[in-house]
Design a protein around this ligand. Structure first.
Ligand code: UFG
Length: 326
């Protein structure tokens, strides 16, 4: 039996696919390659190219494969873009996703692992944020993911289809040759590392007037390998339990943008000039996870315990990518 991964050529999906394969699981990938490339696909994994709402393609996959579970990564992921283009986010992340899920639910698939996000919470009422924290997203990206969670809850009420929604905090770092490489890049750590490589002049900080220790936004950075391991645990959980779960994946530690720049300076030895610009619409000031559920229920343990270790792995990846592009 196989696990079908949508978005398996993306940053997190490809890392998960690679780890599942190493753990002896059968994996199939469905990806439309709009925001990734074929070369990012892990070796030796069967790949279908196309959209998640292409029913004839889903039909083909269903007829050719024996699917036991679905891990759904394929989505747009940028907070700022979602504020500017809400329709694309609701269409892609919600409408297409429920069509996709519905196809496989009607075919009898019972296990769903869904890539959700810390962005479902919005501005925190307390820190660290646990899974019961009120959900009040500050951007359409977070709302589109919350809608899918609600859909999966509704499905569970009327069937024996169970899900684990993994709410990622800030995925970062690199695992072997799987690293953060979005086009265009909007994420903090890869942009800072591009400055360190001389590919950009400086890092623009999106606002320094937030109600935080140094005025810049605070995030909880979690290594993509640790995120990937949680998917394997979630799959095993669903294989042994008839109950759905919401699970935060974070470190429990918050770092401001200035902290991250400082760590990048330390790791790379580069100066990294900065400039403050306006706030980015849709950004909550602080997101820090409580990952007690992941630890207690899934038995999850992080291997990358410091932000320096995360940035070191990302730096190695970016340096190698830069060298090989010369
Ligand atoms: N930032 C800058 N300058 C930049 C890029 C980012 O100041 O050039 C800031 C952002 O405004 C934000 C922080 O750095 O305050 C982190 O931004 P990212 O874009 O790296 O990440 P986000 O926190 O916006 O979002 C990421 C994922 C989401 C996920 C979220 C969970 O992209 O999918 O983490 O916390 F929901």
């Amino acid at each position: 039996m196989s696990i079908l991964l949508t978005g398996g050529a993306g940053y997190i999906g490809s890392t998960v696919a690679s780890i599942l394969k190493d753990e002896g699981e059968e994996v199939i990938i469905l990806d439309n390659l709009t925001r990734s490339k074929k070369e990012y696909l892990p070796n030796g994994i069967k790949f279908y190219e196309g959209d998640i709402d292409d029913i004839s393609l889903l039909e083909k996959i269903y007829n050719e494969e024996k699917i036991d579970a679905i891990m759904h990564f394929a989505a747009f992921i940028e907070v700022g873009e979602s504020v500017i283009e809400p329709y694309r986010y609701y269409e892609n992340n919600f409408s297409k996703a429920i069509k996709f899920f519905n196809y496989f639910i009607e075919k009898g698939i019972k296990k769903i692992i869904f890539s959700s996000t810390a962005a479902v919470y919005g501005e925190p009422q307390y820190i660290p944020i646990d899974e019961n924290h009120i959900k009040n997203p500050t951007n359409p990206y977070g709302m589109s993911k919350l809608f899918v969670e609600r859909f999966l809850e509704s499905v569970e009420r009327s069937s024996d289809v169970y899900h684990v929604a993994l709410r990622y905090f800030n995925a970062s770092g690199a695992y072997h040759n799987f690293g953060e490489n979005h086009k265009p890049e909007t994420h903090l750590i890869p942009i800072i590392l591009e400055v360190a490589l001389g590919l950009r002049d400086k890092i623009f900080i999106n606002g320094d007037d937030y109600d935080t220790v140094d005025g810049t936004c605070i995030r909880d950075y979690i290594h993509v390998y640790d995120i990937a391991k949680a998917h394997l645990l979630a799959y095993r959980y669903l294989s042994n339990n008839k109950q759905s779960l919401k699970v935060n994946l974070g470190s429990g530690e918050g770092y401001s943008i200035l902290d991250i720049i400082e760590s990048c300076r330390k790791v790379t030895g580069a100066e990294i000039p900065v400039e403050i610009r306006e706030r980015r619409d849709g950004d909550p000031s602080t997101l820090i996870a409580s990952s007690n559920t992941a630890e207690a229920v899934l038995g999850w343990r992080r291997e990358y315990l410091t932000v320096d270790a995360i940035i070191e792995s990302a730096w190695k990846y970016h340096k190698e990518k830069f060298e090989s592009s010369k």
